[in-house]
Ligand binder design. Structure first.
Ligand SMILES: Cc1ncc(COP(=O)(O)O)c(C=O)c1O
Length: 394
């Protein structure tokens, strides 16, 4: 087959490859970054559809504007203004999942073998989007407070087109950048005004500790160089990923190119999903739903943290203050790939850390997702994980 050159650069997602195991009800899955199935607002969606006037239903089933359903764009403008974004300098584009925002940014800025900086570890879905356009990905180290500034300065010398980051409730690292680290990062980036910052905030609404709220304000809302930042977020974790809706906030000068770029990808984001989202927001359901999610996911986060302390005291991790993931460092001598095999045989799966390394390097970490598993099942799963670790340490 005479495939295009870019095909050999595709980066398959190991998590997508595990989808059969992840959705198998007999498997305890800490693998996918999936919302809890039983938590989806199914009754709300049913009610919205039942009450949707015929005219709105016609619009929902029709093609729509590339940048988004006007009604949803208005809602999002209000919401993002309340969050602190300057909407006179920026515009919103509703995207087909925030994954599409990653693709749009890469297509706009990256020629084959241009450098893109990411954090190390990096979310595989975004890395996949960058690789699809033949970007050369270079990882920048992270510590407990975020990106390591010395390493960032070193890697900026490679002349990247943009840097991708998830400063809040990182996937997979579960970390949140301190305010101080964000300021240091912005100061360095201000010296490189032609390097775009792609700020991914997919989990920002899902905080479980009140004291983290002052840290997690999006950088684009207060950066002096906010014009350098493209912000993206998603309805996937606060409504449903099956709807495939996300959004990006782009500086006015980038907007037109981004909109035309999206035209060539999908003409428009599903109107039906956008209509549901607009009604979900306007009726106040979304706010109530997110409140509920915070409570349930906090219980799951606590269950996983407590079980790890109880059954796997030698595993190291930083307690995530929001989001879906716990990034666990295995004890010396435990090979994470072997651990995966041992645990999978006993019906527990997770993702090994090499999947999130820009160069697929092994790193002794595993990503444990707690979002789609109730506390009592988390306990069973962590016990099996502990048995697996113990069997490999003998
Ligand atoms: C950090 C991060 N960004 C983006 C996404 C993609 O979300 P979407 O479903 O909106 O494409 C995810 C999904 O897991 C994610 O974890």
């Amino acid at each position: 087959m005479r495939f295009a050159k870019c095909v050999s650069a595709f980066r398959p997602s190991p998590i997508r490859g595990m989808m059969n195991a992840v959705i198998n009800p007999n498997v305890i899955s800490f693998a996918g970054g999936m919302p809890g199935n039983e938590l989806f607002p199914v009754e709300d969606v049913r009610e919205i559809i039942e009450k949707m006037p015929r005219k709105e239903m016609d619009t929902a089933l029709q093609y729509g504007p590339t940048d988004g359903l006007p009604r949803l764009l208005k809602d999002m403008n209000e919401w993002m203004t309340k969050k602190g974004f300057d909407m006179s300098k920026n515009r919103i584009i509703i995207t087909t999942g925030s994954t599409q925002a990653m693709s749009i940014v890469t297509k706009l800025f990256v020629d084959p073998h241009d450098v893109v900086l990411t954090e190390d570890p990096v979310f595989v879905g975004s890395a996949g989007a960058f690789c699809a356009y033949q970007a050369d990905i270079i990882g920048v180290k992270m510590d407990r407070e975020g990106i390591v500034i010395d390493d960032l300065e070193k890697k900026l010398a490679r002349n990247p087109k943009f840097i991708y980051m998830t400063p809040t409730f990182h996937n997979p690292a579960g970390l949140t950048y301190s305010r101080e680290r964000r300021e240091q990062f912005l100061e360095i980036m201000a010296k490189h005004p032609d390097v775009i910052i792609l700020e991914d905030d997919a989990y920002g609404e899902l905080y479980y500790d009140e004291d983290v709220k002052s840290e997690i304000i999006p950088m684009k809302t207060y950066a002096k160089n906010e014009n350098q930042i493209i912000y993206t977020s998603s309805f996937s974790k606060i409504f449903g990923p099956g709807l495939r809706i996300g959004w990006m906030i782009v500086p006015n000068e980038i907007y037109e190119a981004a909109e035309i770029c999206k035209q060539s990808m999908d003409a428009c984001t599903p109107q039906f999903s956008q209509m549901l989202a607009a009604e979900f927001i306007e009726s106040g359901r979304m706010e109530r739903y997110i409140e509920m999610l915070r409570k349930v996911y906090k219980e799951r986060r606590d269950a996983m943290v407590n079980c790890l302390h109880k059954y796997c005291p030698e595993v190291e991790f930083v307690t995530p203050q929001g989001g879906f993931f716990l990034w666990a460092k295995m004890p010396e001598g435990v090979d994470e790939k072997e651990l995966f095999t041992v645990c999978a045989e006993k019906g527990v799966v997770f993702v090994t850390g090499d999947a999130f390394n820009p160069e697929y390097k092994k790193n002794r970490y595993v990503r444990l997702s707690f979002s789609n598993t109730p506390p009592e099942v988390i306990e069973r799963g962590v016990k099996i994980l502990a048995e697996g670790i113990a069997s490999l340490r003998k």
